[in-house]
Design a protein around this ligand. Structure first.
Ligand SMILES: [Zn+2]
Length: 245
């Protein structure tokens, strides 16, 4: 059995914290490499503080496996429902990045404005918990709500959560971290550009062309850079086999 790459998951947490995608809240998970019906996610702790011993394993209904007294994140169900619905997804980020929030609470859609952000796709859905669940505290703390969110995400890489944050799904940990960071950058750039005038977004064809030519080298190059900034060792070995795209 492959042992889960807990150190890589710790690194992903530290990178997302260093880049401001998560603060005290937000989380990143991986599907277990040899048990696809499990995923790995830290206990409830700020990403900047997470150590390998904090990483727990969960079944795809969000049940903790061997919790050992550790308190899980209340919103682990977000990860569970996406892994349940999307067999090809191997890593998930949930965050409350301030830059994306405006696009979840207005009629202005978040759309790709630069080539590095193309992986968000040309359409980013906004999931509103109130539509099916009424007035709640907006936290996704049970499977029915999480499955509703996963349905809104559909086959896409990104969905926004109205008044809350977003989810990002990917084929590898490096890819999902890359996409979460560039999603935030896209939101910042789009907000800035909107003050200047009408925005020319990437076309569907440009998005497709970017994704067609994006290789694992892109993710590796970025990962090494972010490891350096986060003070984490860079492991050049692809942890999940050949990376998608
Ligand atoms: Zn949340």
């Amino acid at each position: 059995m492959d042992s889960p790459p807990f150190d890589e998951l710790v690194t992903a947490n530290r990178i997302l914290a260093r880049e401001g995608v998560v603060d005290a809240f937000g989380h990143v998970s991986i599907r277990h490499p040899s048990h696809p019906d499990r995923f790995c996610l830290s206990r409830a702790r700020a990403p900047e503080c997470i150590e390998a011993d904090d990483i727990m394993q969960f079944a795809l209904d969000g049940t903790a496996i061997d919790p050992g007294g550790r308190k899980p994140y209340a919103e682990r169900f977000i990860h569970a429902a996406i892994y349940e619905a999307r067999p090809e997804v191997r890593a998930v980020v949930h965050n409350h990045s301030p830059a994306v929030i405006p696009f979840g609470i207005t009629a202005t859609p978040l759309r790709p404005v630069m080539h590095m952000c193309a992986s968000m796709g040309t359409e980013v859905p906004v999931w509103d918990s109130r539509a099916h669940f009424g007035d709640t505290n907006l936290l996704v703390t049970a499977m029915p709500m999480a499955r509703d969110l996963a349905a809104a995400l559909g086959p896409r890489a990104v969905a926004l959560m109205r008044g809350h944050g977003c989810v990002v799904a990917g084929a590898s940990l490096r890819e999902v971290v890359f996409n979460a960071i560039y999603l935030q950058l896209n939101a910042e750039l789009q907000l800035r550009a909107a003050g200047l005038g009408a925005i020319t977004f990437l076309s569907d064809g440009e998005v497709a062309a970017v994704l067609k030519t994006r290789s694992s080298f892109t993710f590796e190059r970025a990962w090494e850079y972010w490891c350096q900034r986060a003070g984490r060792p860079y492991d050049a070995r692809p942890m999940e086999g050949p990376l998608a795209r």
